[in-house]
Design a protein around this ligand. Structure first.
Ligand code: GTP
Ligand code: MG
Length: 219
């Protein structure tokens, strides 16, 4: 847990050994295990997992594809609300990658959206083998009210989360610097926030080796 007053910085170079460990982890087998629609469907808690959370369309599924270097592994689409189940992927025997449905606006029936939003909140607050939640934030838009709500839920549940900026190929330099500065202030409001954030692009590959190294250190 991070005490208030901590300064938030972009993840430093983890060094060649950690980068190589991350590369090897993601070069190994990674397969879709199952899509979960109710807590009772979650796999056994016999290995650690990390999850990708964030607003609909922020780039969660695309990030899984970029990390694994496999384009169709997680289904991505321009329609917000593409991922509607808690999708589990095995990372060899080491652990699970979990692709969550988005929160906030989604182009899907209201009752269905309400169900998956309850499910993902219950999952994030209560999953005992969740080593860290990666909370994705669009590098053009920064942290929105719904992001703060999820971060508050993680604060209350004492679940460590790390912010990941996505789509870093989109903003111009000035806009990117403004969003990063605002992110630093926003994270300072959340005791469960990990002090380093990661800036990524699934398009250009920026930050992907760092994120692989971070995940490898957790699983
Ligand atoms: P939901 O499942 O609907 O919650 O969305 P998601 O967060 O999984 O987003 P998804 O990965 O489906 O991506 C949404 C859209 O953003 C797609 O059209 C992607 O091609 C695009 N996208 C994702 N990551 C990037 C990125 O790094 N750069 C750019 N330019 N586009 C991206
Ligand atoms: Mg998705």
């Amino acid at each position: 847990m991070t005490a208030p007053g901590v300064s938030f910085t972009e993840m430093a170079d983890p060094g060649p050994d950690a980068i190589e460990a991350g590369r090897r982890l993601f070069a190994g087998p990674c397969n879709f295990l199952k899509g979960v629609v109710a807590l009772s469907g979650l796999p056994d808690t016999n290995r650690p997992e990390i999850c990708f959370a964030g607003r609909s369309n922020v780039g969660k599924s695309s990030l899984i594809n970029a990390l694994t270097g496999r384009n169709g592994l997680a289904r991505a689409s321009n329609t917000p609300g593409r991922t509607q189940e808690i999708n589990y992927f095995t990372l060899g025997e080491r652990g699970y990658l979990v692709d969550l449905p988005g929160y906030g606006y989604a182009r899907a029936p209201k009752d269905k959206v309400a169900l998956w939003q309850e499910l993902l909140k219950a999952y994030m607050a209560g999953r005992i083998t969740l080593a860290r939640a990666f909370v994705l934030v669009d590098a053009r838009h920064g942290v929105k009210t719904v992001d703060h709500e999820i971060m508050k839920l993680l604060d209350r549940a004492a679940v460590s989360f790390q912010a990941v900026l996505t789509k870093a190929d989109k903003p111009k330099a000035g806009e990117r610097a403004r969003v990063i500065s605002a992110l630093q202030d926003d994270l300072a409001r959340h005791p469960a926030a990990y002090p380093e954030f990661i800036v990524t692009s699934s398009e250009t590959g920026e930050g992907i080796t760092h994120l692989r190294a971070a995940i490898s250190g957790l699983l």
